[in-house]
Design a binder for this molecule. Structure first.
Ligand code: ADP
Ligand code: MG
Length: 675
């Protein structure tokens, strides 16, 4: 509030008037006197301070209406229209009635205004600032309300807890009574829980043990007083859990995991909960003890963590492999094109050959990674696992040193699964070679095939569906693996072998392939105790039509494979590829461009294989040709070859072989084609 000078003494005021004025100015309350015609007669300093009228307005004889109008204009009466506000107030004042109102000024201050008529008409008005007073009152009211509600809530809480207490007391009494009545019953119950249940006192002496203690530690449940935790757990385990017992006896419920050994020599992962038992005065007098076997739970948790890790690595490897594959395709393609372009140039081939060879080794690694990442297409079919294992063992045996015995145990009955036979063979070869590497000197490797029905728990542990499975175990008696190696055995590029002798991709590929086939791999190993790798695959029905047995290593003779149409504009390349096709048992027709090939396709039935270059002079490129032939059924199989990679991504619907290729690679590519 702005300070105002003392109100000017009325003009020509006597000292008496001046004294009176000085007295009025000392008042805290504002004061005005209007005469019967509503003109200002007197006022004081507090009035000016409280209402802040301009000093030129406050003069003797100033009309009441001027003050009202001034107020209305500065918003003291809210939204009320000015004329209306003035008229109403002047009319009211002229009635000269006592009044007592409160008004909040626009600046938030609250004014109390009381008016008293004067005997000879006119009135005196007092103005007091009651802002603080009202605010304090309001705060007080609020505080009272809050207090009341808090008291109400607290009362309700107290009532509720009283009731609970009463219930608990009742229940306790009932329990105590019923326990007294049936301690036998309690023993029956605790003995039937597959857990250890016990009670020990503050001094750590046991008062109760259930039958679990008999099963695990050979203790007599009827003689709890003979039990000592240090004795049945062994000093090492006991020292480990001692701090937990201390905490429980200090009044805290504690749960902790540890390993213990049973009388039968088993090592179990267990979880114990200790709950303090308090006397009425709150003193801890003993502890309830509950111990569960969580071995299986822990194992399956570890499996899940590992599966998640493998999943993440698979995604990473898959992404990398895809990109590198494209890069290598470009490198190999361009090197091949360079070699094609300068077939006679000794210097060129001297540089390109090692480069191509290195790039192909890279591509080989990438293929392994893609198998791990489950990105290699599978050619699944019904496979008799026993027969496959026997033939793999026959093939691999000559590659092993004579001091190693390799034996298949397949049984007589066929066991079927639905799997990519070639990839399963590769997986088994990998496992057998690992077993060989792990067995220094002489020893034996056994490959067993068995049928097994997985129950819920076992299936879950392997992350498989319960039901019939085929299992192949590859077992060696070699050096085995420690826990750290075992934990990483499936990681791509993890190897403990000398640089150059292991890629670390073998187990990763086995894992990827088996998982992609809906199966699981399980490895059991310990240092010095050998290793058993088990491949679990879902069992399949015996197929209605038995698949024809392919004689391994058989090379077809004559034109047994049918007729191949070879389309290639480069005569030299055509010559080389033609030789390969002949070696593979095809009769070969040649065409030098798309147009020529189209004519041949239109005139000739029974073409088995169309093998075409992509880039050729003329209007028809290899891609168009191959699509047409396929869509019109003019060739049973189509295969493109190219030295250039750039178009590869648009070619996803047509199989493609990168040039240059060996006869074996051409054979494999044809094998992959589905008719
Ligand atoms: P690599 O054979 O190239 O090392 P793998 O993925 O096949 O790659 O195997 C990875 C690692 O797993 C091996 O280096 C070896 O430490 C361990 N391993 C695999 N199989 C066995 C086994 N049968 N016995 C002992 N260790 C093995
Ligand atoms: Mg290996």
């Amino acid at each position: 509030m702005t300070a105002h000078p003392p109100s000017p003494p009325p003009d020509g005021g006597s000292w008496r008037q001046q004294t009176l004025q000085a007295g009025l100015d000392l008042l805290d309350q504002g004061l005005t006197v209007f005469d019967a015609s509503l003109h200002l007669v007197a006022w004081n300093r507090a009035f000016l301070e409280l209402l802040a009228f301009p000093s030129e307005m406050t003069r003797i004889g100033a009309p009441f209406e001027d003050f009202i109008r001034y107020n209305a204009r500065r918003g003291e009466y809210g939204d009320e229209p000015e004329d209306e506000a003035v008229r109403r107030r002047v009319e009211l004042a002229l009635k000269f009635l006592p009044h007592d109102i409160e008004r909040t000024r626009p600046d938030g201050r609250i004014l109390r205004i009381t008016g008293q008529p004067l005997p000879g008409h006119g009135f005196v008005t007092l103005y007091s600032d009651v802002t603080e007073q009202r605010r304090t009152e309001q705060a007080l009211r609020q505080a009272n309300l809050e207090l009341e509600s808090r008291v109400r809530a607290r009362t309700a809480e107290l009532q509720a807890s009283n009731e609970r207490l009463q219930e608990a007391l009742d229940a306790n009494e009932a329990i105590t009574a019923s326990l007294r009545r049936s301690e036998q019953q309690m023993r029956l119950v605790t003995d039937s829980i597959p857990a250890l249940v016990a009670y020990f006192r503050r001094d750590r002496g046991y008062e109760y043990i259930n039958r679990g203690y008999q099963d695990w530690f050979g203790l007599d449940p009827k003689r709890p007083e003979l039990v000592s935790a240090r004795a049945f757990l062994g000093p090492d385990v006991y020292e480990g859990i001692k701090p937990n017992v201390k905490r429980a006896l200090a009044g805290e419920s504690v749960t902790f995991d540890y390993e213990l050994h049973t009388v039968r020599g088993a090592t179990l992962s267990v979880r114990t909960t200790l709950i303090p038992d308090r006397a009425a005065d709150g003193e801890v007098v003993g502890c309830f003890e509950l111990t569960f076997d969580v071995t299986e739970q822990k194992q399956s948790q570890a499996l899940i963590v590992r599966a998640q890790k493998m999943e993440a690595m698979g995604q990473l490897a898959g992404g990398l492999a895809h990109d590198f594959n494209n890069i290598l395709t470009v490198i190999i393609g361009n090197l091949a094109a360079l070699a094609d372009a300068r077939p006679q140039d000794q210097a060129v081939s001297e540089f390109t050959q090692p480069a191509v060879a290195a790039a192909r080794r890279g591509a080989e690694l990438i293929r392994g990674l893609m198998t791990f990442a489950r990105q290699q297409p599978l050619q699944a079919g019904a496979v008799d696992v026993g027969a496959l294992v026997s033939s793999v063992v026959r093939l691999v045996r000559p590659a092993l040193p004579a001091c190693l015995t390799l034996q298949a145990h397949a049984g007589d009955d066929a066991v079927w699964t639905w799997v990519d036979a070639t990839k399963l063979e590769n997986a088994l070869v990998n496992l057998i070679l690992n077993a060989r590497d792990a067995t220094p000197g002489s020893g034996r490797i056994d490959v067993r095939v068995r049928s097994a029905v997985l129950d819920g728990a076992r299936a879950q542990a392997l992350q498989l569906q319960p039901g019939p499975h085929v299992c192949v175990d590859v077992q060696d008696q070699g050096v085995g693996m420690d826990a750290a190696t075992l934990a990483r055995v499936f990681e791509p590029f993890f190897t403990t072998k000398r640089p150059g002798s292991g890629t670390g991709l073998g187990m990763a590929m086995v894992y990827g392939f088996v998982r992609q086939s809906g199966g699981a791999v399980d490895v059991r190993s310990a240092p010095g105790r050998g290793t058993t790798v088990s491949l679990w695959l879902p069992a399949a029905e015996t197929p209605a039509e038995l698949p024809a047995l392919d004689e391994p290593g058989h090379v077809p003779d004559g034109a047994r494979r049918g007729v191949a149409l070879l389309v290639e504009d480069d005569g030299d390349v055509r010559k080389v590829v033609r030789r390969s096709l002949l070696d593979l048992g095809f009769a070969v027709i040649e065409a030098a461009n798309g147009q020529e090939a189209q004519d041949i396709l239109a005139q000739m039935d029974g073409i088995t294989l169309l093998l075409s270059d992509i880039m050729m002079p003329g209007d028809i490129d290899g891609r168009m040709l191959a699509r047409q032939a396929r869509d019109r059924g003019q060739a049973r199989q189509v295969l493109l070859m190219s030295g250039y990679a750039p178009g590869i991504d648009t070619l996803t619907d047509l199989p493609l072989l990168a040039k240059p290729f060996t006869t074996a690679e051409l054979a494999a590519a044809i094998e992959e084609l589905t008719t």
